[in-house]
Design a protein around this ligand. Structure first.
Ligand code: ADP
Length: 207
């Protein structure tokens, strides 16, 4: 049985943190377009025009992202399913995904929406740090990183960039919710609480 799951939620809603749990549970890879773009940035292979868009908090054009996903889904580890985190982010991306999946004879199992009120999001992002060696995500106050960790504070986690990302979410990504609701795939999960509490709710929503 394949498991193809999409995680949707505003920036800071905990998609990356929760993705780890879902991937372990189903034994599927996590496909995060944000992580893929940041990896390309570190490798110096990201087109500078996309780099500037990303760092500003706006969305990279659909064509570039769809190409990225198309390439990733050709890899062997996606045969038994995968979790999409940060993709799709626009209705055209969702339509492109539908076309890719139907070409492969695959179908989407669930779209999980992590629901977090706007007031909580900014605080989470501004205090977020990623350990560059392990990829683990920390919060400076609630889940402090271990001493000596090589930390990255994302360029787009600065307060003004965070607001741009929230606006992009509200203007473009929120439109995915009715799109998937109409297909009866949408499951809402309350994203407020400790990571473990949210994980338990996710588990129930995916059962
Ligand atoms: P977040 O933590 O806000 O969910 P991500 O790590 O998923 O952020 O993405 C970071 C940035 O990468 C986005 O603000 C955007 O510029 C770019 N990006 C990632 N995924 C997409 C996508 N599906 N469509 C367009 N741009 C994307």
């Amino acid at each position: 049985m394949t498991h193809i799951v999409i995680l949707v939620g505003p920036p800071g809603s905990g998609k990356g943190t929760q993705a780890e749990f879902i991937c372990k549970k189903f034994g599927i890879p996590q496909i995060s377009t944000g992580d893929m773009l940041r990896a390309a940035k570190r490798a110096g292979t990201l087109d500078p025009k996309y780099l500037a868009i990303m760092d500003s908090g706006k969305l990279v054009p659909d064509e570039a992202i769809i190409e990225l996903i198309d390439g990733r889904l050709k890899e062997d580890d996606t045969k038994d399913g995968f979790l999409l985190d940060g993709f799709p982010r626009t209705v055209p991306q969702a339509e492109a995904l539908d076309a890719l999946l139907s070409k492969k004879g695959l179908k989407l199992d669930a779209v999980v929406q992590l629901d977090v009120p706007r007031e909580l999001l900014e605080e989470r992002l501004v205090n977020r740090r990623t350990d560059l060696n392990t990829g683990k995500i920390y919060h400076l106050l609630y889940n402090p990183p271990p001493e000596g960790a090589k930390l990255e504070h994302r360029a787009d986690d600065m307060p003004d960039k965070v607001r741009t990302r929230q606006s992009a979410y509200e203007a473009q990504t929120a439109a995915l919710l009715p799109y998937y609701e109409a297909k009866a795939l949408l499951r809402r999960v309350d994203g407020v609480g400790k990571p473990d509490e949210v994980t338990a709710r996710l588990e129930a929503a995916l059962a």
